[in-house]
Design a protein around this ligand. Structure first.
Ligand SMILES: [Zn+2]
Length: 170
């Protein structure tokens, strides 16, 4: 598992920014497996296949639970109507109507689409959080917190690099 250690892509500035965002810890390469015991996914590929089909940044986040630098994703400023999909398998994940500005530097939503994501407990770095991944391919997307806006009170804090955006047809 030495290879996982190669996927730190946050520099000192990113670490400082992460420290400033008190709810977040620098977690560039959490040592979690992509499939927990009892979990299985409709789309499975070998590590080499994922590496081939994704950009290095997508691969680090989706397959090794990396975290992009805050404010680094163009999707932070994506305000058009449309759908955000998994960059790994293209499954639609979030509708633009549930996106809100969380001021965290990561694209945030108050609800996913139905049957789009699954969660698991994440105890890495000595903090208990709820990890969010794509229901279909298991790709890591981010975490969900309970300090979001109405109507759900949830904040799905997503890595923009783990998603693609398709504007609604006008
Ligand atoms: Zn997926």
């Amino acid at each position: 598992m030495q290879s996982r250690r190669r996927f730190f892509f946050s520099g000192a500035a990113a670490l400082a920014a992460l420290a400033a965002a008190s709810r977040w810890r620098p977690l560039a390469a959490a040592p979690a497996e992509n499939a927990a015991p009892g979990e299985s996914f409709d789309i499975t590929r070998t590590d080499a296949q994922w590496r081939e089909s994704l950009t290095p940044a997508q691969y680090a986040v989706l397959r090794h639970e990396g975290t992009e630098r805050p404010y680094s994703s163009p999707l932070n400023d994506e305000h058009r109507a449309g759908v955000f999909a998994c960059a790994g398998c293209r499954l639609d994940l979030f509708a633009s109507r549930t996106k809100f500005d969380s001021h965290t530097g990561w694209p945030s939503f108050w609800a996913p689409l139905d049957h789009a994501v699954a969660t698991r407990e994440d105890r890495s770095f000595g903090v208990s959080r709820t990890e969010v991944h794509c229901r279909r391919c298991g790709g890591h997307l981010g975490h969900v917190f309970d300090d979001g806006p109405r109507p759900t009170g949830l904040r799905y804090c997503m890595n923009g690099v783990a998603m693609t955006f398709t504007p609604a047809a006008t």
